[in-house]
Write a protein that binds this ligand. Structure first.
Ligand SMILES: [Cu+2]
Length: 66
């Protein structure tokens, strides 16, 4: 599954890395576009829910909107 989510609060490459590792820890893979705040997430919907990925991003300190 691939989903595009909008993440607010990323201001530098370090933030992008934090979001990417939060997604990785939740079992997905993220491509972060720092300029637009768009994060493309690839994940196996049999194993991980999108909700758990967005929760992981929120727990890392960023605001997720659908
Ligand atoms: Cu930053």
């Amino acid at each position: 599954m691939r989903a595009t989510i909008q993440v607010a609060g990323m201001s530098c490459e370090g933030c992008a890395q934090s979001v990417a590792s939060a997604v990785a820890a939740a079992g997905g893979q993220a491509q972060v576009n720092l300029a637009t705040g768009q994060v493309i997430v690839d994940y196996d919907s049999q194993k991980v829910s999108l909700e758990s990925i967005t929760t992981a991003i929120a727990d890392a300190g960023y605001d997720v909107s659908a």
